[in-house]
Design a protein around this ligand. Structure first.
Ligand code: GDP
Length: 193
């Protein structure tokens, strides 16, 4: 597993603090509770890895995990969290927007979505950031174990149709270890590791 060496590096609150823009990185986004931390843990085979992203003070940050020299997974805070004050949310949105616009080493976006609630407003917003700069994007429809095989397949088809070839999608479950190798292959391909 090329992602197994992931280790937490730092949490970046403003774009000035980003590591040098000369490596490769894949950014993870998703609604709070979608299953993003569990997905990161499953992908890296490290049970406590993404817990760091939930530490108070790191919830409004880009959390950097290094998987190889200059190769990073970047965990964005879960969105759709009502408790964040409006002004802070707007400022953060500006930061994320600029990050997507300016970050040359950004090689791909992974959007983690609960398979029962795919492609909600903020998910589409993140995908739009990627589309705007032709960044490859991949959707993990996670918690797939909550649905039967037939429903999983139907949802995947529906999501792919809505994405219209602009992003890829797959079924995933951190609990059932479903689709983990498939997702790793996409991410390590983007990272060239
Ligand atoms: P995050 O807020 O997006 O980081 O979500 P978490 O990874 O913390 O997961 C939120 C909740 O969903 C937790 O209770 C997890 O145990 C549960 N969860 C995450 N992934 C899966 C999965 O693949 N299957 C099931 N059934 N539950 C999951």
């Amino acid at each position: 597993n090329p992602l197994a060496r992931a280790k937490y590096i730092n949490s970046v609150h403003s774009l000035r603090q980003l590591p040098p823009d000369d490596g490769r990185e894949v950014v993870f986004a998703g609604r709070s509770n979608a299953g993003k931390s569990s997905a990161l843990n499953a992908l890296t085979n490290q049970h406590g890895l993404a817990r760091v992203s939930k530490t108070p003070g790191r919830t409004q940050a880009l959390n950097y995990f290094e998987v190889a020299e200059g190769r990073y997974l970047v965990d964005l805070p879960g969105y759709g969290y009502a408790k964040v004050p409006e002004a802070m949310r707007e400022a953060w949105k500006g930061t994320i927007n600029r990050y997507f616009q300016e970050r040359a080493s950004l090689a791909g976006l992974v959007v983690v979505m609960d398979i029962r609630h795919p492609l909600r407003e903020y998910d589409l917003q993140m995908l739009d950031y990627a589309f705007a700069r032709n960044l490859p994007a991949h959707c993990l429809l996670t918690k797939a174990d909550k649905l039967g095989r037939g429903e999983q397949g139907n949802t995947l088809l529906k999501v792919r149709k809505e994405l219209a070839g602009r992003a890829t999608a797959q079924v995933f479950s951190a609990d059932a270890k479903l689709g983990v190798d498939e997702a790793r292959a996409v991410i390590s391909g983007w990272l060239e590791i």
